[in-house]
Design a protein around this ligand. Structure first.
Ligand code: AMP
Length: 190
């Protein structure tokens, strides 16, 4: 199996790049943000709980996310692997994922971190607000999400660096150029 973690700040291009990776390597795309937004739309109990947190730019509790991922991995035994997008927001989630994949006789193949300057991610998110109208893409929530990223999420990168499994990728430039940078790393893993 190839299990990739696309990592980076909100607006760093994880969703866009995931779509290309999924197509090229025939993997399953897992976006915890998309799953949560679907729960909100369906007005499930989980959705109702997540809504206020997401709209304020806070993280959804680790235990909720980890349980969601355990179900997801267990219910897709036949996939070639996963592209995790926006999953791994905390070191606790990273530790839980390592254990979960180990139970399924697999592991994280690589963490790919998209580096993009703050001014650029803010610009991209405000543009996305116009196109997609996401309620958490307003400037106040964006600033809070970036703060949460720096304090709670960025340490995950160090966690995989210590395992020798972190690949830093320049996330600026054209979408296809960034994809090429990712392909070069992933093709070497196989
Ligand atoms: P995203 O679509 O990845 O930008 O996620 C949107 C929002 O969903 C985040 O700001 C968090 O509130 C929540 N969220 C998504 N994924 C996670 C996760 N792995 N852990 C905690 N909260 C998450």
């Amino acid at each position: 199996m190839i299990n990739l973690i696309l990592f980076g700040a909100p607006g760093s291009g994880k969703g866009t790049q995931s779509a290309n990776l999924v197509q090229r390597y025939q993997l399953m795309h897992v976006s915890t943000g998309d799953i949560l937004r679907a729960e909100i739309k369906a007005e499930t109990e989980l959705g109702l709980k997540a809504k206020t947190l997401i709209e304020a730019g806070h993280l959804v509790p680790d235990e909720v996310i980890i349980a969601m991922m355990e179900d997801l991995v267990a219910s897709h035994p036949d996939v070639k692997g996963f592209v995790f997008d926006g999953f791994l927001r905390t070191v606790a989630q990273a530790q839980a994922l390592d254990l979960l994949l180990k139970r399924h006789q697999t592991k994280v193949s690589a963490m790919l971190e998209l580096s993009v300057p703050d001014e650029m991610v803010i610009e991209r998110l405000l543009l996305r607000k116009e196109k997609e109208g996401r309620s958490d893409d307003n400037i106040e929530t964006i600033n809070h999400r970036l703060k949460v990223y720096r304090t709670q999420t960025a340490p995950v990168s160090e966690y995989y660096a210590q395992q020798g499994n972190l690949h830093l990728v320049d996330g600026t430039g054209r979408v296809e150029e960034i994809s090429e940078r990712l392909y070069q790393i992933i093709d070497k893993l196989a």
